[in-house]
Design a protein around this ligand. Structure first.
Ligand code: TYD
Ligand code: MG
Length: 460
């Protein structure tokens, strides 16, 4: 007979304690412990039912003898998703997609299922949140071609899911969502840390032993992390976050972990009536609402992974009413604003210490590379001096503490993107131009100091 006992599990890191604790001694988070019942000889490690379609066992082999397939990836129709995944879908990989409720995770995965089925892959879409009717209605609205390779399975019990996988032998399994799935031999509530971990371990075994690609949807907590322990992110191969402003129709798909490619890649979609549409030319959407001749606006060519995008940085500088001047940031790092304002004050003679500053990357993007420094400085100076920048000009460069403009990478690509979008002039670090094959169609000006750049950008 199995014995039951209770334990307390940290919902952040998965730390287990026999008693309730206010603060987790492992990760230091407060109020994260939840009570769970465990049945002895259950748990995630004691899983005996491994699904193996081939029935094969894995033995240690010499690395030279490992038979790596020639084409380990395949591309689907969605170029954005292919890129975020590092060049296509890797068979046997486990991909976790997190995001706020209603952001479009189910929509994305249903569209991807349709595309996979069209490619000739057999897809099993397991949903613990919607009925088969609901999924069908959504599929009709998304105009997913009816075909005989896409299966919908409304189920929350993992035993049934394992059986279905063994019967159907799909190439791809979609699980929407991991928090609604249940392992019958784990004795705690659906959505609890032990359940989520058990389900993920199970799905990992299924993916790895049968070479089935598994996409898992994960809910996001208020803090923005995927609900359940952080260990979940360690278990899977790829973690994607689907994010976006509720008030904009744009959705950004970002890789935060990828064993098969670079992170920092960004996929951009637009939520329309017919589902998610790919955005081919992202720079245009980030610039489309820009006011011409407004002060406090500067365009930067930022890199998102391997792709350049043009983004408007906006600054509003107003005299401070309270003793302490405020620095408020949206989409950029607040400490970076303080640093750049200090450099502007000391190296360019702007009296900014008693001014409040609000700085924003327009369009809901988040920028965190140093190359945005120069554009940020220009936008702040433009707002402070009340002089507008040339709307057909953009700025790229990192600022040093002595007021020098430092070299940034991928300069040629950035200049090309600015030229492609019809900009007349781009101000860049002089050092980045050394040995660079300057693309034509745009005037490229190299600067070495912030002062030089400001003279060009906001001539008094
Ligand atoms: P959904 O995929 O259900 O989100 P999640 O699975 O992340 O919770 O997306 C739901 C939202 O998307 C909903 O608010 C309506 C919107 N939507 C559209 O605008 N167009 C569409 O074609 C679809 C299917 C959804
Ligand atoms: Mg959903």
């Amino acid at each position: 007979m199995s014995k039951t006992k209770t334990q307390f599990v940290c919902s952040n890191c998965g730390y287990i304690s026999p008693t309730y604790l206010g603060r987790c001694p492992n990760c230091g988070e407060w109020n994260t412990f939840t009570e769970e019942t465990v049945t002895k000889d259950s748990g995630t490690n004691a899983k005996s039912t491994r699904v193996s379609l081939t029935g094969g066992r894995v033995e240690p082999q010499l690395i030279n003898e490992v038979d790596a397939q020639d084409a380990p990836r395949y591309q689907i129709q969605s170029a954005e998703l292919n890129r975020v995944l590092g060049g296509g879908i890797v068979p046997g990989s486990l991909v976790l997609i997190g995001g706020d409720p209603g952001i479009g995770k189910s929509t994305l995965l249903l569209q991807v299922s349709g595309q996979l089925a069209t490619l000739g892959k057999r897809v099993l879409y397991v949903t613990g949140e919607e009925s088969a009717d609901q999924v069908k209605m959504r599929a009709d609205r998304l105009q997913i071609a009816a075909n005989d390779r896409l299966y919908v399975f409304p189920e929350t019990d993992m035993t049934a899911v394992r059986d279905a996988i063994a019967n159907l032998k799909p190439d791809v399994v979609i699980v929407d969502s991991v928090q609604t799935m249940q392992e019958s031999d784990v004795d705690s509530a659906i959505g609890s840390v032990s359940q989520v971990r058990g389900v993920t371990t199970d799905l990992m075994n299924i993916a790895k032993t049968n070479n089935i690609t598994v996409f898992i949807v994960g809910h996001v907590t208020k803090g923005g992390a995927i609900a359940g322990p952080k260990t979940l992110e360690h278990m899977v191969d790829t973690v994607l976050y689907f994010e976006g402003d509720k008030h904009h129709s744009y959705r950004l798909l970002r890789a935060v972990k990828n064993r098969f490619g670079s992170t920092n890649e960004l996929g951009i979609f637009e939520m329309a009536d017919g589902g998610l549409q790919e955005v081919q030319n992202p720079s245009e959407i980030f610039l489309e609402e820009r006011l011409k001749n407004a002060t406090g606006s500067a365009i930067v060519v930022a890199m998102e992974g391997t792709r350049p995008i043009l983004v408007e940085l906006q600054a509003l500088i107003t005299p401070s009413v309270f003793g302490n001047a405020q620095r408020t940031a949206t989409g950029v790092d607040r400490n970076r604003i303080s640093l750049i304002m200090a450099v502007l004050e000391k190296r360019a003679g702007l009296m900014l210490q008693n001014q409040d500053a609000y700085v924003k990357a327009a369009g809901g993007v988040k920028l965190n590379e140093p190359a945005i420094d120069l554009a940020m400085a220009v936008s702040i100076a433009s707002s402070y001096e009340n002089i507008s920048t040339n709307p057909r000009e953009c700025y790229v460069g990192e600022l040093g503490l002595t007021g020098e403009v430092r070299r940034v990478d991928r300069m040629e690509q950035r200049i090309r993107e600015a030229a492609k979008l019809g900009f007349d002039r781009i101000v860049v670090p002089q050092h980045s131009l050394e040995g660079l094959d300057v693309p034509d169609g745009i005037e490229v000006i190299g600067v070495t100091t912030l002062e030089e750049a400001l003279k060009l950008a906001i001539p008094k």
